[in-house]
Design a protein around this ligand. Sequence first.
Ligand code: BJW
Length: 259
Amino acid sequence: MEDWQSQVSTAAYELVTARHVVIFTGAGVSKESGIATFRERDGAWAKYDPRVYATMEGFRRHPEQVWQWYNWRRQEILKAGPNPAHRGLAELEALFPRVVVITQNIDGLHQRAGSSTVLELHGSFQRFRCSADCRGHPTPLPEPPLDLPAPPPCPFCGAPTRPDVVWFGELLPTEVWEQAVEEALQCDAMLVVGTSGVVEPAAALPRLALQHSALVIEVNPEPTPLTPRVPLYLSGPAGTLIPALVAAVRRERAGASGS
Ligand code: BJW
């Protein structure tokens, strides 16, 4: 048996008794769907300055540039589909009493793969709002067509429409964040998949799980700041390791019912 396979078997053995599983994901889970990550060598921030493309200040100064980047990303996401990692994570719902996905991704691929409870910490590529929040936070606006070269004006106040995503310096949606903290505090196992774990406050969630002795399993081809703190680190692409982990949990279940 290869090293990674025996690590997956160990992870499945530890995981199988959990009742409340949280899956915490980042851009790496969608990489095998063809969607770029942010901080890798070929990631978005290597080409696009996050101070321009991921702050309100950048949007105010360069509304058309930022708008067109989001139009392009919307098209990339619409062309993409869930990969074996998204699908495997969705399958876990049939194997544990409670499974909640907490994602930093805006691409909606967990939902498209069949996950039914998904908390989107950083918003969604499909939602839009008034950049002045003129009728309260958020002031939702209809999804504009993909070919507009500039953000359309809010029909209520004329401020530019913006994507309903969370940029640097902005608060995460309060109710979603509160529920995510609750899930992290109550789960007995957390899978941390495809995130560099450097963006706060999201990165605090695995630490909360560790603090109350939940089993934390990290899946990532590269080590992260979390890696030295987790009991189980599975090194490799999620599209291979997650389906292998799901299969190993099924084997554990079959073994237990057969004995
Ligand atoms: C694979 C793989 C494969 C590859 N399989 N894996 C405390 C300390 C320090 C700083 C702060 C702090 N508190 C707040 C901050 C500031 C800031 C922050 O964290 N900055 C740090 C970066 C330094 N945080 C914020 O500003 C947040 N707001 C906030 O805290 O509000 C309170 C506040 C208000 C006012 C003033 C100050 C504070 C908001 C953060 C918003 C982040 N927004 C973005 C854009 C979202 C919209 C969009 O997508 O367009 O969210 S930035 C970007 O980073 C995006 C992601 O969700 C997020 C996380 O990235 P992720 O998913 O981890 O991707 P990568 O690229 O980093 O990692 C990919 C991983 O995948 C890698 O590890 C690969 O190895 C791996 N991988 N292939 C599995 N096949």
